[in-house]
Design a protein around this ligand. Structure first.
Ligand SMILES: *Cc1c(COP(=O)(O)O)cnc(C)c1O
Length: 398
């Protein structure tokens, strides 16, 4: 039986009464999605250049993922990690082949993957080493370990005391990192491209410099690729752009084509430090997530979507660079693959609101960065339409 959607006003009242108000929500009820479009309960269609907050890298309801989930649901929905399943093994193998040949720990979200990484780096290094260097403007998730790793005070307010052991360096500052590292440091944790921090690209040589510091002091290098991973940047993983191989990567968001799933990948030498009894996730690597994860990787390959992401990236790049030259509102354009940030001299949330009114979904982060995380399956006319609407609004406001 399907539940008739009540009008948006009634839903808002229901949320006000029964849902914890920890999110800001647009006054729109979404009912359906397909590719880069979503529809609301009044039948209005929106072009979505921020599908699923970065989780829907293949667009809404990608058919191969839908098919894989439907068939898995009929066979086996959930069994605990005390058993083997073929889908989890195959998924781990596929991730290993596309990264640095390591092993996977599966969980359900980005913050969980980072919690696993925090435990792993402490367990793998000598007892007296517990400090982890992270970076200002970074974002690693909302559980308390990941919150402590997130060097943005606005996310810490009222939560203390936070987990001890994190040391914050400015993003891009190798000298600061060197000064923070001491005999108690065990790891460096960084997003190779900061997402929530405003699509910040690492300065030339910065990630390589971190690798050198880690090698010199026997630290582990952890890349949080929750947002950058699984093809988002036009490579399977962002580290592959920079010629720097981390010891651990954490993944979630687009990992399972929109189904919830997370993972940590590490080398076979380091992996056994997460020994039996030290860590677990009840739903981690469950058959539905695994089937969706496999279908996601297969679809990206079968449809040449890494290449497509690079083509789309070049298109957005040339459109927004020429816009920058003609629109005084734009301070900087920062793009790697399909991570796109436009830093504007204006209230970003007003721009997001204007876009919504015109049927275009985008995001604003750090108050002044318009962020797009479009799907790799976006077609040429959708890309053109999205750029056109955004350009018109930005020119209007400048
Ligand atoms: C979104 C994000 C997280 C948190 O992921 P959740 O699935 O919301 O826990 C962690 N790190 C980065 C880089 C992210 O973008």
């Amino acid at each position: 039986m399907s539940i008739q959607p009540p009008p948006t006003g009634a839903i808002r009242e229901q949320f006000a009464r029964f849902v914890v108000p920890n999110y800001g929500r647009f006054p729109v009820e979404l009912v359906r999605g397909e590719g880069s479009h979503v529809w609301d309960s009044s039948g209005r269609r929106y072009l979505d250049l921020f599908p699923g907050w970065g989780c829907n890298l293949l667009g809404h309801c990608p058919p191969p993922v839908v098919a894989a989930v439907k068939s898995q649901v009929d066979a086996l929905i959930h069994v605990p990690n005390t058993w083997y399943t073929a889908v989890q093994g195959r998924w781990a193998e596929m991730l290993s082949e596309r990264s640095f040949g390591g092993q996977a720990f599966f969980c359900n979200s980005g913050t969980e993957a980072n919690e696993a990484a925090i435990k792993l780096v402490r367990l793998h290094t000598p007892r007296e080493r517990f400090k982890i260097v992270t970076f200002t403007g970074g974002f690693h998730g909302r559980t308390l370990g990941a919150t402590a790793a997130t060097a943005q005070v606005k996310y810490h307010e009222g939560l203390g005391p936070l987990m001890a052991g994190f040391r914050y360096a400015p993003f891009g500052d190798l000298e600061a990192v060197r000064k923070l590292v001491d005999d108690e440091t065990c790891a460096i944790l960084i997003e190779p491209v900061q997402g929530e921090g405003g699509v910040q690209l690492p300065p030339e040589g910065f990630l390589g410099g971190l690798r050198e510091i880690c090698d010199e002091h026997q630290l582990l290098l952890v890349f949080d690729e929750v947002q950058t991973g699984c093809g988002r940047t036009g490579e399977w993983f962002a580290y592959q752009h920079f010629g720097v191989v981390p010891d651990v990567i954490t993944l979630a968001k687009s990992l399972c084509g929109g189904i919830a799933g997370g993972a940590l990948l590490t080398t076979p030498e380091i992996a056994p430090s997460l020994r039996p009894g030290m860590h677990a996730a009840t739903f981690g690597g469950n058959p539905i997530a695994a089937a969706a994860g496999i279908a996601t990787l297969e679809m990206i390959e079968a449809e040449g979507l890494l290449e497509r992401a690079r083509v789309l990236s070049d298109y957005f790049c040339s459109r927004f660079e020429s816009l920058r030259d003609s629109c005084s509102l734009i301070r900087e354009v920062r793009i790697l693959g399909l991570m796109i940030g436009l830093e504007v001299e204006a209230d970003g949330s007003a721009i997001v609101q204007r876009c919504l009114e015109e049927g275009l979904l985008v995001n604003c982060t750090q108050e002044r960065v318009i962020r797009l995380l479009p799907a790799m399956t976006l077609d040429d006319s959708e890309a053109e339409e999205g750029c056109h609407i955004l350009e018109r609004i930005l020119k209007d406001l400048s």
